[in-house]
Design a protein around this ligand. Structure first.
Ligand code: SF4
Length: 302
């Protein structure tokens, strides 16, 4: 199969746009799309200090690399990487190793923080014997720790590696849970005190292209998936979306297009909530205690 833009052999077929691309044109296309997403969303401004959430997996590795490229001629914007060690034995050690390697290669400052040091528990201990999906605990604590760490190191924005697949999955999951208020709050909202704004430069890139981008750049080693991932609703929604995409190319993009149309209406229906400060950790929250402290209290009194 030939590249749609030159005579070279194509390495990827983008069925959603009926385009085949060789390595050079694939990298060009990937980087152009990310740059356009960043520009259109006005994600970067002079004076910004970006905390890049780096798990060491393919998405965050691709994100760090492309941001480093985009910022190479922006002396007015700095960045650093934050890795959170949740404490998942047999899984997280390898991704941390990869995160260390890529930050060294790119010369990016790297901060590693852990659930154990910050919360006194690692994720494996937290979820042992519990019926709730581990991702529920992990998501709440990780979000809180990422926000706190970003503030400690002076970040003005947090960049995450969420790609098109993650975004489409989240939209469908909220809908399937009937949580329309949460769905309404999923779109980027106004800046709220105490919450470092998040940006998602890869949000229009399909997951398999992110993996391919890492491979052609020589810094992707396929690693095992988190052992808890298969227990989540997300895992089933991911399989369902991938099957649909296979049969009906463009399903993931259509899902997000539909959400973009709805989000304006939902924003009016669910205006931003007034936030207070958590009585224990001081993080922004609704009510007296943030979700992370409520969860930690439950664990300490169990
Ligand atoms: Fe945490 Fe779930 Fe992701 Fe594993 S799959 S790292 S438990 S959110």
């Amino acid at each position: 199969m030939k590249c749609s833009k030159c005579n070279d052999i194509a390495i990827v077929s983008q069925r959603y746009s009926c385009t085949h691309l060789c390595e050079r044109h694939f990298v060009e296309d990937f980087e152009d799309k990310v740059k356009k997403t960043v520009e259109k969303g006005r994600m970067l401004q002079g004076g910004d200090r970006i905390a890049v959430a780096l798990s060491g997996g393919k998405d965050s590795t691709a994100l760090l690399n492309i941001l480093k490229k985009i910022l190479s001629d922006r002396k007015d914007i700095t960045m650093f990487a934050v890795t959170i060690d949740e404490g998942i034995v047999g899984y997280r050690e390898d991704t941390i190793k990869s995160a260390r390697k890529i930050t060294e290669e790119l010369g990016v400052e790297h901060i590693i923080v852990s659930f154990r040091e910050e919360f006194d528990f690692c994720l494996d201990e937290i979820v042992a014997g519990k019926r709730e999906a581990p991702c529920t605990f992990c998501g709440v604590l990780r979000k809180s720790l990422l926000n706190r760490t970003a503030k400690v190191y002076g970040a003005t924005k947090v960049a995450t590696g969420h790609d098109l697949d993650d975004e489409a999955q989240s939209v469908l999951m909220n809908y399937m849970k009937g949580d329309i208020e949460r769905l309404g709050r999923f779109a980027p909202r106004r800046i709220q005190p105490g919450l470092v704004p998040r940006i998602k430069p890869l949000k229009n890139i399909p997951e398999r292209e992110t993996a391919l981008y890492c491979m052609v750049n020589g810094f992707y080693v396929k690693m095992a998936e988190c052992p808890y991932a298969s227990l989540s609703l997300r895992s089933d929604v991911r399989d369902m979306l991938n099957n649909l995409e296979m049969k009906f190319p463009g399903t993931k993009q259509s899902c997000m297009k539909g959400f973009d149309c709805l989000s304006g209406l939902l924003a009016k229906r669910y205006p931003p909530m007034e936030l207070s400060s958590c009585g224990l950790c001081g993080e922004p929250c609704v009510g007296d205690l943030c979700k992370a402290c409520q969860l930690l209290n439950r664990l300490k009194t169990a």
